[in-house]
Design a protein around this ligand. Structure first.
Ligand SMILES: [Zn+2]
Length: 88
């Protein structure tokens, strides 16, 4: 019975999130923001949201289908965070 409940819990919450304060962020590209030409990223580990302003043209093009195919973002020092956390 306990196993059953635990499995159910894991199905509903398949991912446990780290604390954004002491997370070693794993950024993935989530979407491009066409209104101001920037790239939205989210940390897979803690759910913290970030934004990369002024992407290069190549980065921008690579970003076009990020909604369907998210990919990692490695230049953490270019990310601006604003304290919002995304927990699907
Ligand atoms: Zn993180």
């Amino acid at each position: 019975m306990l196993d059953f409940l635990l499995n159910l819990f894991l199905k509903i919450f398949p991912h446990s999130y780290a604390d954004p304060e002491d997370c070693d962020h794993n950024w993935i590209v989530m979407a491009c923001v066409t209104s101001d030409v920037s790239i939205d990223v989210v940390c897979y580990s803690c759910g913290l949201l970030g934004n990369v302003p002024d992407p290069t043209e190549d980065e921008w093009m690579a970003n076009a289908d990020a909604m369907e195919n998210s990919y990692p973002w490695h230049e953490a020092d270019r990310i601006v965070t604003y304290g919002k956390v995304w927990r699907p």
